[in-house]
Design a protein around this ligand. Structure first.
Ligand SMILES: C[S@@+](CC[C@H](N)C(=O)[O-])C[C@H]1O[C@@H](n2cnc3c(N)ncnc32)[C@H](O)[C@@H]1O
Length: 560
């Protein structure tokens, strides 16, 4: 075996696995498998297979719809279709938790430990743009990748937060139909995929992770609406972080129960005997005080072992909160509109959820980078620093069109409307709430409660920024559009030179005849062009007289 596994880890696994230990150990001599998931927000599986050069070497991942094993040598991360967000590369076992959550359009979904966003993009695809996705991670740096992956996937109905679960529980209460806790863990199941996890394991003990998980799960349960479903998952083997966590939660909350998962596809059932004494004793600790029913119930959770499935080690539990009939709440209609209900009102009176406040620029703002495109800024902090420096004190008093570092939200929205009327004619009919935070414009999902006091990374679908003379559309806007929505589009061949040059940030010579559509005002075809590859957006360009100025945001360019 080339991987050097720590002796205490091996000793513990031998104790736990008994006869199966040898088989498990041999799995480290096999190569890991690679997976990708088609982004069905952008295209169907059939369309993907038709246009993918290595389609014949793909084989389906049995537990996930629209997902495939690929050959490492095909390097899908290098292909232009990756830059168009047509698929997400994800470890095959890591696709299980979001699949088990059974999200459907219209749900309110919380991904509590979401960075870098593999599962959030999977959940967003299940929503198909209808309902709400709140993606959260408490690690500020990691939320940058999270926001970018959500934007690359073209998600229009998500917000991204950078919060502790306790703060979310305080702000939202029992709001979400579906909650995913893909918990921070000791990562034992990932040693084959990523050897750097071994050093992490030695640093962050199982015990420390267990404490974090217990706290996260406690608040996750509070965030779940009556009748809602929670999936808890880890990529580790240690029972303290798996069965023992679920048994402890069930002991503490009698309103929650395990929804048994069928151990198909080579998955194995959770181990009740690992929930209590054995795991704790293996750590030299007293057994926690668990109810016998709770311990028995973990038999309905699942383990994915690398010697049993074509994927890395994982654990998942599906839990349901009992429904309380008196609890009504606003729900999303199939068209994404929300229906008001008594509960929303009473929550708003209690000061926790306040629909009006959600449309006010309470917490987010900032220009998000020099070019105003905001590849990855933490908006709240920027607004805070602007306010502290007093630069916001004259907000709303500047002359429209003259950018003096401030711009009123009314003018910001007017600039968006003028821009979108020319560039994306149907934008005015999009469902959601158009909101300006300073000079930045967002489309927020309907039914979003107040975000006041929460650290926002993305307050919704970020559409762009009002500047001194014009509105600058965002990269997120481009990625969330369909080619047909743009008044002017340029469709490049993904295998051609122009597409690669565009991705590198170069200016292109493009004859007028290659542009699709016409300028809406009937004038000459000039202005913002949605640049696509094989029909799927890559970013913006600005066309005039045969030249396409490259407007691809710097953080989105391909360097090699
Ligand atoms: C296993 S990773 C999540 C992977 C992610 N679900 C995905 O599919 O891409 C666990 C994440 O939990 C985050 N985390 C750790 N403690 C947290 C806490 N108290 N609240 C929220 N997130 C936390 C970590 O920053 C890390 O990004």
């Amino acid at each position: 075996m080339s991987i050097r596994l720590p002796k205490p880890f091996l000793d513990k696994m031998e104790r736990l696995l008994g006869d199966e230990y040898g088989e498990w150990l041999v799995s480290y001599e096999h190569k890991r498998r690679y997976g990708l998931r088609v982004n069905t927000l952008k295209l169907t599986q059939q369309a993907f297979l038709r246009m993918t050069p290595w389609a014949e070497r793909l084989t389906p991942i049995p537990w996930t719809s629209e997902a495939f094993y690929y050959e490492e040598t095909d390097r899908p991360g290098k292909h232009l279709h990756y830059h168009a967000g047509l698929y997400y590369m994800q470890e095959p076992s890591a696709m299980v938790p979001a699949e088990l959550l059974q999200v459907k359009p219209g749900d309110r979904v919380l991904d509590l430990c979401a960075a870098p966003g593999g599962k959030s993009t999977q959940l967003a695809a299940k929503l198909q743009g209808v309902g709400l996705l709140v993606s959260n991670d408490n690690a500020r740096e990691r939320t940058k990748a999270l926001a970018k992956n959500i934007e690359l996937a073209g998600v229009r109905n998500a917000i991204v937060l950078n919060e502790e679960p306790a703060a979310l529980a305080g702000a939202f209460g029992a709001f979400f139909d579906k909650v995913l806790v893909d918990a921070p863990c000791s990562g034992e199941g990932m040693f084959r995929k990523d050897e750097s996890m071994i050093a992490q394991w030695e640093k962050h003990s199982v015990e420390r992770c267990s404490l974090m998980q217990r706290d996260i799960l406690k608040h996750a349960a509070e965030l779940l609406a009556p009748g809602g479903t929670l999936v808890y998952s880890t990529c580790t083997f240690s029972p303290e972080e798996n069965e023992a966590q679920i048994a402890a939660l069930l002991t503490a909350r009698t309103d929650m129960e395990v929804v048994p998962v069928e151990p198909e596809y080579g998955w194995m059932s959770g181990r009740p005997n690992w929930a209590s004494t054995e795991a704790a004793e293996a750590q030299g600790e007293p057994a926690p005080d668990l109810s016998p029913e709770a311990v028995r119930a973990v038999a309905g959770t699942v383990r994915l072992w690398p010697h049993r499935v074509a994927g890395e080690g994982h654990y998942a539990a599906v839990l349901q909160k009992s429904a309380e009939e008196s609890e009504e709440r606003p729900a999303f209609d199939a068209d994404g509109e929300s229906r008001a209900s008594g509960t929303a009102e009473s929550r708003s009176q209690s000061g926790r959820l306040n629909e009006k406040a959600a449309s006010e620029p309470a917490e987010a703002g900032g220009r998000g980078g020099k070019d105003g495109r905001g590849g990855s800024g933490i908006e709240q902090d920027k607004l805070r620093s602007r306010r502290e420096s007093g630069r916001d004190k004259d907000r709303g008093r500047h002359k429209p069109g003259r950018y003096d570092g401030t711009i009123s939200e009314t003018d910001t929205l007017a600039m968006w409307r003028a821009f979108s009327a020319r560039t994306i004619p149907d934008a005015s009919a999009w469902p959601g709430r158009l909101t300006a935070f300073g000079s930045r414009v967002y489309l927020q999902p309907e039914g979003l409660p107040a975000l006041a006091g929460l650290k926002l990374v993305r307050a919704g679908w970020y559409l762009g920024t009002a500047g001194a003379h014009r509105f600058e559309p965002s990269q997120a806007l481009a990625m969330g559009l369909k080619k047909a929505e743009a008044a002017l589009a340029l469709d490049l061949d993904a295998d051609g030179e122009d597409a690669l040059r565009y991705l590198k940030g170069e200016t292109l010579h493009i004859e007028a005849s290659r542009l699709e559509g016409t300028a809406v005002d009937g004038g000459p075809a000039s202005g913002h062009v949605l640049v696509c590859a094989d029909g799927y957006p890559l970013g913006w360009g600005k066309w005039s007289d045969g030249m396409l100025k490259n407007e691809l945001a710097p953080g989105w360019r391909r360097m090699s």
